[in-house]
Write a protein that binds this ligand. Structure first.
Ligand code: AMP
Length: 436
């Protein structure tokens, strides 16, 4: 049986069941209040219940070149609000002028009432209007554009929709959602993303597809090869437009938008509304309707705390200790670099933890496999870089652990937004290393 000792690192791949029940650190568990007098072997318990691995933290500068973020901004130990506002939609799905088959498919998908972004946008999309939807991932924005557009392509069979997204993962997620809603409705789609062979996409584009979902670079490539004629697409969705700007896709986006037909219907979604985004909206959209959903206040349903790590303590040991706790059922761990993420997942694997990793150096297939293993609970831990985890919809993540500090507070908000989704409460822990 696997026993971790203080002096020797374990070898081989012990089973998770073999993990000792008792932590090697005797400090309080995250979320459980410090027990007076018990104390950590690395330091005295701190009032307020934050886990503590070591002496008081003195450092004021963040390592690794990111912006300095006051650690107090990583703490919100107020329990998730008991009296969370309940959103009452103006519409029921039955109110929308969409086909009965589509209504049935929505019900079969388990959607009983529209989310705020769906409630606010679907009626306008059905009227053919351009939309600016300001909403984060996790708000149901995919349904906000897919539901009315599925109805549109079913009513007029020559309609084709182009959906542009920043990442392969998001494209696949949208195609999965499309397939789930259109089961049996004979709607066809192509996922035109980079990082995989272009040949199957070239072949698929020879057939009629109601939906093409792609990333900007690959879509441009397909246009240049004359496999994709943008004039055929009178409806376009730009999803996570702010992220596309951040990722440097502006030229590819412009290339595509300049070749789109007019008139057309343009649906534009972004989590933020910066001056750059406003400029794009002015260029690409015509008389759009603005639908803003209240930005999710992550501090409300994510319990946040820091884990202070004293000099000489190995963060990996601390992480290992935490994820051995039964509450840590589905844990997303963020690391700063691709190399660091890969290494950490490897170490956790060697210690018997079912861990996967996603980062930019992995092939598309590897990323998808890792994601599926995590989503379907075959892996307990997913170690990820910020970019790889953007926009991912992973249900029921119990904990987000910031193993490395985020570069910006905005990154932090994105990271912790991976837990506490869909009205569930979640927990986020941020490792803060002290220096001597
Ligand atoms: P999205 O923001 O589009 O990534 O959606 C986040 C999650 O909410 C996905 O798992 C969707 O399947 C789910 N979802 C979308 N619309 C609804 C709805 N009306 N009711 C319940 N769940 C929904």
């Amino acid at each position: 049986m696997y026993q971790r000792t203080q002096s020797s690192a374990p070898s081989g791949r012990p089973s998770r069941e073999g993990r000792p029940q008792q932590s090697r650190f005797s400090s309080p568990r995250p979320g459980s209040p410090s027990r007076g007098g018990q104390g950590s072997r690395f330091g005295a318990p701190r009032s307020g219940g934050a886990p503590r691995y070591g002496a008081p933290q003195r450092s004021k500068k963040q390592r690794g070149g990111g912006e300095y973020i006051d650690p107090s901004r990583f703490i919100n130990t107020t329990p998730p609000s008991q009296t969370e506002e309940v959103f009452v939609p103006v519409h029921a799905f039955s109110d929308f002028v969409i086909s009965p088959e589509l209504k049935q498919a929505i019900a079969a998908r388990g959607y009983s009432k529209p989310t705020p972004i769906q409630d606010g946008s679907i009626p306008y999309v059905l009227q053919g209007k351009d939309i600016i939807g300001i909403a984060n991932t996790g708000t149901g924005k995919t349904g906000a554009f897919l539901i009315p557009l599925i109805d549109k392509v079913r009513k007029s069979r020559h309609e084709q929709v182009l959906i542009i997204v920043p990442t392969r993962e998001l494209a696949i997620q949208i195609e999965d959602e499309l397939r789930a809603i259109t089961k049996g409705l004979k709607i066809y789609s192509v996922c035109a993303v980079g990082g995989v062979s272009i040949s199957p996409q070239l072949r698929a584009l020879r057939q009629k597809n109601e939906f093409v979902i792609g990333t900007p670079g690959r879509l441009k490539d397909l246009v240049e090869r004359r496999a994709l004629n943008l004039k055929d697409y009178a409806t376009i969705v730009l999803d996570e437009a702010d992220r596309m700007l951040d990722m440097g896709f502006i030229d590819d986006m412009r290339y595509i938008m300049e070749r789109m037909p007019t008139p057309r219907q343009t649906l534009f979604f972004s989590a933020t509304l910066s001056p750059d985004i406003e400029r794009l909206v002015g260029q690409f959209l015509t008389d759009p309707v603005r639908v803003m959903v209240k930005k999710r206040d992550t501090s409300k349903n994510v319990h946040q705390d820091v884990v202070r790590i004293a000099p000489g303590i190995d963060k990996v040991d601390v992480l290992h200790d935490l994820i051995g706790h039964p509450d840590f059922a589905k844990v997303l761990v963020f690391g700063r670099t691709k190399h660091g993420v890969e290494k950490l997942a490897g170490i956790l694997g060697k210690r018997g933890i079912r861990a996967e990793s996603i980062h930019g150096n992995k092939s598309h297939g590897q990323r998808q496999r890792a994601l599926q293993n995590f989503k379907q609970n075959r892996a307990q831990v997913l170690v990820a870089t910020d970019v790889a985890a953007r926009g991912l919809d992973i249900p029921a993540v119990t904990h987000v652990i910031n193993f490395d500090l985020p570069n910006t507070y905005d990154d932090y908000v994105h990271r912790i937004g991976r837990t506490g989704r869909a009205d569930m409460s979640g927990k986020a822990l941020t490792f803060i290393e002290s220096r001597n």
